[in-house]
Design a protein around this ligand. Structure first.
Ligand code: HBI
Length: 357
């Protein structure tokens, strides 16, 4: 058993923990805290004020939220705001760094990568998305050159979007399986989970729901209102139901009774936590063969992988969902995506960074 580590997590600056604005990385932070606390490590999180996470030391940092990187172009320069929560988070981290064995950065932003060279305490950078901008590509290349082994990511397919030849630790992801109840008797309906934003491709899931007339339950943060309005105008006869952004308990209550989950990413989804949330309930996944889901879904066993952006492929797969063994879906989640497995992977990565420092 490794010694107890004192860890400072610096959360994403796009919004408070628990708001849903942080998307997949919020779930990763919550699950990682649970997994590492179970292994005896001490974690403190420096997060934007109004963050909520029970049972953990939360340092609420004031300041302006960072504009989200996933809606900006490849040539967008780094954004430095007056009184940015990002700058305040890292001023705090620098102040308290000697109280910790390791600092873990969860921001997909240039500043923490640049500041790493001025810190004494080692910093692990968990990169939560694929390549989106030249400035962040440059940031990861610089960190790889100066601090090899301190870059972490979810999947190989995500890493492949960055410049080649870098050293990455692949951490995959996990869910707290005890929060997901297996369901063997689904209702004739589908689910779609995620931030309602163009890169998530919701319109294709709605088109498939309209073509098959299968009710589609939609859950997630409504990030882009005009995008959502356009979908509703384009597909007036789709049997869709938007249920808002809900907590894990409510999410799994809705998803577990569905025949399948649809994943329609337009971008290279770094992982796709929603896929393992569905599998944990025994729900098979129909996903575009793009990004993280291609490494999560076992075609024909835990769901169906579809030619990207091909709605007819979604429709065909929806009609084949009953061929998937739901118990096998749950079993795969238990095998590959449990919290203990996640905790072990991150602990090994952290130990290696501390040792190399
Ligand atoms: N944008 N600038 C910025 N910084 C982040 O940390 C960030 C983001 N956009 C989305 C995001 N993080 C997370 O939702 C990812 O998990 C997708």
């Amino acid at each position: 058993m490794a010694r107890c580590l004192r860890l400072l997590f610096v959360s994403t600056p796009v919004g408070p923990l628990g708001s849903g604005l942080g998307g997949g990385v919020e779930l990763t932070v919550v699950n990682l805290v649970a997994a590492l606390t179970q292994r005896g490590h001490q974690i403190t999180i420096a997060a934007p004020e109004n963050s909520q996470l029970e049972g953990i030391q939360l340092i609420q940092i004031p300041g302006i939220h960072q504009p989200t990187a996933h809606t900006q172009g490849r040539d967008t320069p780094a954004t430095v705001l007056e009184n940015a929560v990002l700058s305040n988070q890292w001023a705090y981290a620098r102040q308290v760094q000697h109280d910790y064995d390791l600092i873990v950065n969860f921001a997909y932003d240039w500043l923490p990568f640049y500041l790493t060279q001025f810190f004494d305490t080692p910093i692990a950078h968990f990169v939560s998305m694929g390549s989106l901008s030249r400035i962040m590509d440059h940031a990861v290349v610089q960190i790889d050159a100066k601090f090899p082994g301190t870059l972490g990511a979810y999947t190989q397919t995500q890493v492949d979007t960055f410049p080649p030849g870098l050293t990455w630790q692949l951490l995959s992801s996990a869910v707290d399986l005890s929060q997901y109840d297996y369901c063997d008797t689904p209702e004739p309906r589908l689910a779609w989970l995620g931030r309602i934003s163009p890169e998530k491709g919701l319109e294709d899931a709605v088109a498939a729901a309209q073509q098959t007339q299968t009710p589609l339950k939609i859950l997630g943060k409504l990030e882009n209102q005009e995008y959502w309005d356009a979908i509703q105008r384009t597909y007036p006869n789709a049997p869709i139901d938007y249920l808002g952004f809900v907590n894990t308990q409510q999410l799994q209550t809705i998803v577990r009774c569905c025949q399948g989950l649809l994943m329609t990413p337009r971008w290279v989804e770094a992982f796709g936590n929603v896929a393992i949330e569905a599998l944990a309930c025994g729900v098979p996944v129909v996903a575009y063969r793009r990004g993280g889901p291609t490494e999560i879904i076992d075609h024909g066993k835990t769901g169906w992988l579809v030619e990207p952006d091909y709605v007819a492929g979604l429709v065909d797969s929806i009609r084949k969902l009953d061929r998937i063994d739901r118990a096998h879906c749950r079993q795969q989640a238990e095998l590959k995506y449990s919290l203990p497995a996640l905790g072990e992977r991150f602990e090994q990565w952290f130990e290696a960074i501390i040792k190399a420092n």
